[in-house]
Design a protein around this ligand. Sequence first.
Ligand code: FE
Ligand code: FE
Length: 184
Amino acid sequence: MQNSLLRQLYVDELKDRYSAETQMLRALPKLAKTSSNPDLRKAFEEHLRQTSEQVSRLEQIFEMLGEKPTGKKCLGMEGLVKEGAEAMRSDYEDAVMDAALIGAAQRVEHYEIAGYGTVRAFAEQLGEDEHVSLLEQTLEEEKQTNDQLTQLAQQVNSRAGQSAVENQSRQVSKAGKTTSRRVA
Ligand code: FE
Ligand code: FE
C-alpha cells in the first residue's frame, strides 16, 4: 500500500480513537461514582486523569498532521459504554456491581489496546516517530489499567462470591423461620 493511502486510513483510525476517548471521559466518572470498593473508585478516577492526557496526545498528533480530530463516532466504544450503562442500571449487590463494572471496564481497555496497537503500527510504517512515542505512552497506560483491574478483580470477585453465599444463607434462615412458625 502506498504511504499516502495508508495515511488516510491512519487519520480515520485516529479519529475513531479520539471519539472513543472522549466517550470514556463521560463514562469514567459514572463508573467511579457507582463503585463501592474505594480502590476501584480510585482506579477509575486515576484512569479518568490519564484519559484526558490521552485526548491531548491525540490532539497533538492531529495538530502535527494538520487535521481535525472530530467527525467520526467510534461505534465499538458506543456499544461498550451502553453495556456498561446497562450493568449500572442492574439491581446488583454492591460487590457484585463492582465485579460487573470491572468486567465492563476491561472490555473497554482491551478494545483500546487493540485500537492503539493498530495506529502505532501505522505510525511506524509512515515514519511518524513522534506519533509512535505518544501512542506508545497511551498504549502502556491502557495495558497498566487493564492489569490493575485484573488485580482488583481478585478481591472484588471474592467479596462478590461471599455476598452471594450470605444471601443464600439469609434466604435459607428465612425459610427455616417460616417452617418453625408453621410447626408451632
Ligand atoms: Fe484511553
Ligand atoms: Fe483506557
